[in-house]
Design a protein around this ligand. Structure first.
Ligand SMILES: Cc1cc2nc3c(=O)[nH]c(=O)nc-3n(C[C@H](O)[C@H](O)[C@H](O)COP(=O)(O)OP(=O)(O)OC[C@H]3O[C@@H](n4cnc5c(N)ncnc54)[C@H](O)[C@@H]3O)c2cc1C
Ligand code: FES
Length: 256
């Protein structure tokens, strides 16, 4: 699939290192699906949708920094939407997110509310200045925030906030954030893994299931097409939380 040209309509600052880009294309994505964003002359990188026509980007390296240099009226290339997305199940759901991983969950939560589903959110950030989409999550229903430094909400990592909830009350739990955070949540809630949908990341090149760059050991599941959303019980015996492969296929730590 060749990239289609898209003109950025608006850029919003959400936090010092996080910006939302509104696109001119109506791609009709499901929450949890992603788009490959081509920043010409630099790289093509995967980004989740934070609403039907926005992506929310954290500046971490060359491509995302180059994207931050683009304003309204600039053009980028897009391929997608790709991947499977979250599936809404039941009438009472919990969203659990960390950092920019809260972006697809805000989108999902809004879709769920529109369908009459009760939404509760647990979201974590490093510090108060890193908090994004607080108003969107507050509008959905009950919200618990954690910050690593305790500036806002519960002090500590996202898993600290789990103590506020009886997980048996939720029909489904939706998870997205840094891998270490997601693994922490999954390992503490193993008995609920059959109802946790986790949106994960691996190194994507083709995004069409051809190159094998994103395969998850030991099954060789292609995260770009069979994911990025997986039931957590499928991840427990996989490489998830243990290591992830980089651009050259070698194993590295799974911090991001
Ligand atoms: C399905 C999916 C959805 C994502 N959604 C978002 C999102 O909504 N917002 C957001 O800010 N980030 C998202 N990311 C992560 C984003 O793709 C990386 O932060 C981005 O590619 C970094 O590129 P860079 O050149 O700026 O940084 P680099 O310095 O090149 O890389 C920094 C880190 O980003 C990751 N990364 C780099 N290139 C890729 C790639 N092609 N595929 C996967 N990971 C890569 C690696 O872990 C790397 O260590 C998503 C990743 C995936 C796989
Ligand atoms: S990125 Fe090529 S197979 Fe998934």
């Amino acid at each position: 699939m060749r990239p289609m040209n898209s003109i950025i309509q608006e850029v919003r600052s959400e936090a010092p290192l996080v910006r939302t880009f509104r696109l001119d294309k109506q791609l009709d994505p499901a929450p949890g699906q992603y788009v490959m964003v081509w920043i010409r002359g630099v790289d093509e990188v995967p980004m989740s949708f934070s609403s039907p026509d926005t992506i929310t980007v954290q500046s971490v390296g060359e491509a995302t920094r180059a994207l931050f240099n683009l304003g309204a009226g600039s053009s980028i290339g897009l391929r997608g939407p790709f991947g499977n997305g979250f599936v809404l199940r039941g009438k009472n759901i919990l969203l659990v997110g960390g950092g920019v991983g809260t972006a697809p969950l805000a989108f999902l939560g809004e879709q769920a509310r529109g369908a009459g589903i009760n939404v509760t959110s647990l979201v974590g950030f490093c510090s108060s200045q890193d908090i994004i989409f607080q108003d969107r999550f507050e509008a959905l229903g009950d919200l618990v925030i954690t910050t690593d430094d305790g500036c806002v909400g519960i002090k500590g990592h996202v898993a600290e906030g789990l103590k506020e909830f009886d997980l048996t009350e939720f029909s489904q739990i939706y998870l997205c954030g840094p891998e270490v955070m997601m693994w922490d949540i999954i390992s503490r809630t193993r008995e609920h893994a059959g109802k946790i949908q986790a949106c994960i990341s691996r190194y994507f090149k083709c995004a069409t299931g051809v190159c094998g760059s994103c395969c998850l050991d030991p099954e060789g599941v292609r995260v770009c097409v069979e994911g990025p959303v997986f039931m957590a019980d499928r991840l427990i015996e996989s490489e998830f939380g243990r290591y992830k492969r980089g651009p050259d296929g070698s194993k590295g730590q799974c911090r991001g």
